[in-house]
Write a protein that binds this ligand. Sequence first.
Ligand SMILES: Nc1ncnc2c1ncn2[C@@H]1O[C@H](COP(=O)(O)OP(=O)(O)OP(=O)(O)O)[C@@H](O)[C@H]1O
Ligand SMILES: [Mg+2]
Length: 473
Amino acid sequence: MQASTISHKPQTVGNIDLSDLQWETWDKQTEALERISDPETECLLYGGARGGGKTHLARLYGLLRACKYEGHKVLICRRSFPELERNIIVPMRQTWPWLIYQERHHRFLIPESDSIIELGYTEGDYHRFQGASIDTLIIDEAGQITKDVYQFLRSCLRTTNPLVKPKTLLTANPGGPGHHWLKKLFIDREPEPGEDVDQFQYLQALVWDNPSLVDSDPDYVKRLEAMPEAQRQAYLMGDWTALLGSFFVPPPPQTDCEPFTIEESSCEQYLFGSLDSGIRHPTSFGLLFWDKGRIYRLFSYLNSGGTIAGHAEEIRSRIEAFPWTHGQFPVTIWADSSMWTEARLNERMIRSQIDEYKDAFQGTRTRFEKATRDKTFSCMITQQMFSGRESYPEYVLWKGTNHGWRESITLPEIDQNHPESYLKCDGDDVADETRYGCMGLWAWQNRLKQGNVLQQKARAKMNKLKEKDWYAL
Ligand SMILES: Nc1ncnc2c1ncn2[C@@H]1O[C@H](COP(=O)(O)OP(=O)(O)OP(=O)(O)O)[C@@H](O)[C@H]1O
Ligand SMILES: [Mg+2]
């Protein structure tokens, strides 16, 4: 596909021949340039999905405005300096090496039009822009900033040239601290007092609107397609409502299986547990069996009130009495790392929650291990296991022994600031505990694989030594 060029493209501005700017645009980007050039439009939000060519357009629009008008001032912003450098400064310097870059001031100079492109970041004290006057404001990834910051920057938008209308170009994907205000203004079209909604335009760009990316990295689209449903809807389809709702989509009930007796030798090796202990919130425990890349959740324990020691005793006796596993104990239980925090109970006694469990499990082979603190990564692993591999479910519930698990796992909502994770809420105990188990088993399995590889290497080395003809030396 050929990139199109916009119809009203001027040929020269000042001494600059604009055909040197390499400003080919794809159709959607051309439409964006046309929409923002409309005299009625003050602000355009461009995007709504990943990879649509938003940042490319942001850089180009900044340069076009700075070249087109004499003495023009453009501000291009990102949330942090590293993001600004990676996405704006470096590509601009590479694409247009003739621009004069003043590193100390983070700005490009265009002597031909006597214009400036300032490069700013909003993290930290954004009031450093106080008193600045800008003709064109561009915020790349506006979803990363709050409305206060946007309004402050917008207050710097004023021009001394009566022939130039100040413009704002925003780019954003759903999600982030700015999700709500962007959705309200541009998607739901509910302005706040003083905002004329007709001046705010939205143009959606999807990844397919950017053939540069689709052609050069076809796997990019596949990666977006493989994301969990909510993120896929948001990032691939640009759906601004998708990130509302439950974070976890549990495996469908038809993948549940009837309990079966597990061989004693398998119990000895592949029985595990996960635990989230609560004082003011419920305690959640799951007994897990690992078999052929699949987790079977054998039973769930979810109870509130009582004492920590009481829960520990109860969990122990339920494991012992469980009819399908010969009273065997899990090899490892992954537990919330905060359970290791010690508290002074009196003059002579310091105890942690895990001590209560260790006492209750005394004489068994169970080891307690701190569960991961990496919430984002463990969320990803858990979601991956819930989705399974092709038609092979990786997380299977035993029927009749996991009451309430499915209802509880869907309680936490997507954290719109960090869509890869969920918000803390009352009732997230089951989600936390389940995630500890998935992550623990994932890491355990990888350690095993690593061990096997090392063993294989050692064996291969040994075989090589054996084959060597020592007499020929
Ligand atoms: N008109 C174009 N000509 C050539 N390359 C382009 C064009 N538009 C976009 N690209 C390239 O496509 C890739 C993705 O574009 P870009 O980074 O602008 O997308 P984005 O929408 O900002 O993505 P994200 O959602 O990840 O921020 C980049 O390598 C960019 O340089
Ligand atoms: Mg971008």
